[in-house]
Design a protein around this ligand. Structure first.
Ligand code: GLN
Length: 443
């Protein structure tokens, strides 16, 4: 019997197969060149934080990014100028209006957010550079870093939008008049039309989405595209504004930060898990791809990706510990062992175990810890210091905690080395106690 592909690919292929017959919607035609798109084109792709790539359908077919470029250029502006400066020019509130709405704040003329056209043009206007070419190079470079390969421009689509994009120019002039556009309106819109005409495939889009979900590091190339702080800022605005006036409904039903574009592209990010992308040109009334919306909704439900679901930890963070109140050999260490990546949630488990127990010596084995974030490190360090201050002997295995000359804990190379240490036995007046006796815990 022939064995099919892996189960993730099989799931994508299944969604692709069933939604391929989903009708409704029309490809955008207000940019004439986009009306030539094949309405039957349909690609799906998924990329994990380990850079594992999965795809179904026309995932290698190129199309223009259009509005899917917006979060990435917002990321560029945030990287160059910081959130405070960018926020002087563009807000972070859902507009509740169409993508091309004249949605400008009363008084300041500031667009509501960077995911609608007005906000995206204002954001593009912030990209620094000596001239149009240098500024566009900077945009293309950053989009390419997110994709993990050099992207290019579909000149026909660019020319088509440049020839017909008067509404966007009008938006730019309105903003300039209100003092909310950082450069000449025609320069800003031309740069924006070029960024919208950058060409990529569904497979590329999934890598771009995964890079945002991976704290700004491209999981395929291993290279950083933006800082973690910027990735988080961009995802936040995508979550509330990425699907225009359908953003609330999208968050309710799909539960992932996302961004759609009028060429039929759609990305969704499951932070710390996956980047997903879809391409299918027919759009619904809100300008979002009909099949893409259905496909991402299915994917989210099938794989349990809704943001508001509390995820189970990938692996238990405490392993191999004996019960701390099990009364082992006097003076022996009770062991708490942690593994994997430790964040606030995992650290809380560890410190709860450390604080429990009978009050004897305690050994924290961090040998299998792959990552200790700053919050977890501070929590664990403070807990070890608290135990030491209460008079408990405290030791650590592994090098996850940085060396500190004043650290109130001892450090051992392994659990076995800690077990072999007889310092406490001597202190307890029981030299050799435990030798040959029952081992209170295994390796
Ligand atoms: N270039 C398009 C425009 O400005 C992008 C809009 C979109 O994808 N929603 O109209």
């Amino acid at each position: 019997m022939a064995v099919g592909p892996d189960v993730v690919t099989e799931a994508l292929a299944d969604i692709h197969r069933r939604l391929g017959s989903l009708d409704g919607g029309e490809p955008a035609s207000y940019i004439p060149e986009l009306a030539r798109a094949d309405p039957g084109g349909f690609g799906l792709a998924l990329v994990s934080m380990d850079g594992h790539r999965y795809a179904a359908g026309d995932a290698q077919e190129p199309f223009t990014l259009q509005s899917v470029s917006k979060p990435f250029v917002y990321a560029l502006a945030l990287s160059e100028l910081g959130l405070d400066e960018v926020s002087r020019w563009v807000g972070a509130e859902p507009s509740g209006e169409a993508f091309n709405a004249i949605s400008l704040e009363d008084g300041t003329g500031r667009p509501s957010n960077a995911m609608i056209n007005a906000g995206a043009i204002a954001t593009t206007a912030l990209v620094p550079g000596a001239g149009a070419d240098e500024r566009f190079e900077r945009i293309l470079d950053r989009l390419s870093a997110f994709a993990g390969r050099r992207l290019d421009v579909d000149e026909a689509v660019y020319a088509s939008e440049a020839a017909t994009g008067d509404r966007n120019r009008a938006l730019a002039y309105l903003m300039r008049g209100a003092g909310s556009l950082a450069c000449d309106p025609l320069a800003a819109t031309d740069l924006y039309f070029r960024q919208c005409a950058v060409r990529a495939t569904t497979a590329d889009l999934a890598v771009m989405a995964a890079t945002l979900g991976n704290g700004g590091v491209n999981p395929v190339t291993g290279r950083r595209a933006v800082s973690e702080a910027v990735a988080v800022q961009v995802l936040s605005v995508m979550a509330t504004c990425g699907m225009y006036d359908a953003s609330g409904e999208w968050l309710l039903r799909v539960g992932l930060p996302a961004k759609s574009g009028v060429s039929g592209g759609l990305i969704a990010v499951s932070p710390a898990r996956f980047g997903a992308a879809c391409w299918s040109p027919p759009l619904d009334g809100a300008g979002n791809p009909v099949r893409g919306t259905a496909a991402l909704r299915e994917l989210s439900e099938r794989f349990g990706l809704h943001l508001m679901l509390s995820p189970a930890p990938a692996a238990p963070t405490i392993v191999g510990e004996p019960p701390l109140d099990a009364a082992p050999r006097a003076g022996a260490f009770a062991v708490v062992a942690a593994q994997g990546a430790l964040d606030f949630t995992a650290a809380e488990r560890v410190l709860f175990e450390l604080e429990a127990g009978s009050g004897g010596p305690v050994l924290l084995d961090l040998g299998l810890v792959t990552r200790l974030d700053a919050v977890a490190e501070a929590m664990i360090t403070a807990t070890l210091a608290r135990l030491a201050a209460r008079g408990r002997r405290v030791a650590v295995v592994g090098d996850a905690l940085p060396e500190r000359p004043d650290a109130p804990w001892e450090r051992f190379g392994s659990r076995a080395a800690a077990r072999a240490d007889r310092t406490a036995d001597a202190g307890a007046g029981k030299p050799g106690g435990g030798a040959g006796g029952a081992q209170p815990y295994g390796d």
